[in-house]
Unconditional design. Structure first.
Length: 268
């Protein structure tokens, strides 16, 4: 039997086969989980349905996370189909492309509000609707963040602020859900060239710096992120909540790259 045998969960945020959420879905499916997926709009539906079908998923639902009505509809349908839920994976973030380049102070009010709503508040809204289905099941909620929430990353701008709000939300949700037996955790993933990341100015340069700075000398893969999410969704992590796990090949631990340190040492 797999680690997730008999467990059912919702994956929110798959856009294509390069999505972090898809890497997570593959890991969960491999260990026996039954999965449901959401999508936004017809163009993403065309990508998500074949992927979900390839792993035998039968529940693929429309959901704009900026709409409380659509979120409620998703969980009502899950209640009808499954009756309960064991885990929720939130891998959703969005900001206007114009807000992801140049100076942060140029962020528009409506752009700031939208980034916070979709990237941070949606976790709160989804978790609230998931709770009745998780009752008595020691549920797990997992979301995705990035190191730009902790330190300034060029062009990450309003998304860094939104991710900081997301991480704070995880801590407050962990406090609320703990007495109910549920846990909420975050994966702070290294830079992956997803559909969403393509909108960040000079993203490839950010990847190159990460690759140079990590102890492994490489970037993290979606499969590696998926394996960490598998741990967080499984009963192996029942003693952990309110946590931020960095899955970035060690980038967050470094001030200088290994190559830079060797260069300094050789010239001292």
């Amino acid at each position: 039997m797999g680690l997730m045998e008999g467990k059912k969960g919702l994956i929110v945020g798959v856009a294509n086969d390069r999505s972090i959420a898809w890497g997570i879905a593959k890991a969960l499916h491999r260990e026996g989980a039954e999965l449901a997926f959401t999508y936004v709009g017809a163009s993403l539906e065309k990508r998500v349905r074949p992927l979900a079908g390839s792993i035998g998923s039968k529940i693929i639902l429309p959901c704009d996370v900026a709409s409380d009505e659509e979120i409620a509809s998703v969980f009502e349908l899950l209640k009808e189909e499954w009756g309960h839920l064991d885990f929720l994976v939130h891998s959703v973030a969005f900001a206007n492309k114009d807000e992801l380049k140049g100076a942060f102070y140029n962020t528009k009010r409506d752009g700031f509000s939208m980034a916070m709503d979709i990237s941070a508040y949606s976790l709160v809204a989804l978790t609230r609707e998931a709770l009745p289905l998780m009752e008595g099941r020691n549920g797990s909620v997992v979301t995705l963040s990035y190191y730009g929430s902790e330190k300034v990353m060029p062009n990450y701008n309003v998304m860094g602020v939104a991710k900081a709000a997301l991480e704070a939300s995880v801590r407050y949700l962990a406090a609320d859900l703990g007495p109910l037996g549920h846990r909420v955790n975050t994966i702070s993933a290294g830079p992956v060239r997803t559909l969403a990341a393509a909108g960040i100015g000079d993203f490839r340069k950010i990847q190159l710096v990460n690759e140079l700075r990590t102890p492994f000398g490489r970037l993290v893969s979606t499969d590696e992120i998926g394996s960490t999410a598998l741990y967080l969704c499984s009963d192996a992590s029942t003693g952990m909540t309110g946590e931020i796990l960095h899955v970035d090949c060690g980038f967050h631990a470094m001030s200088l790259s290994v190559k830079e340190a060797i260069h300094l040492s050789s010239n001292s």
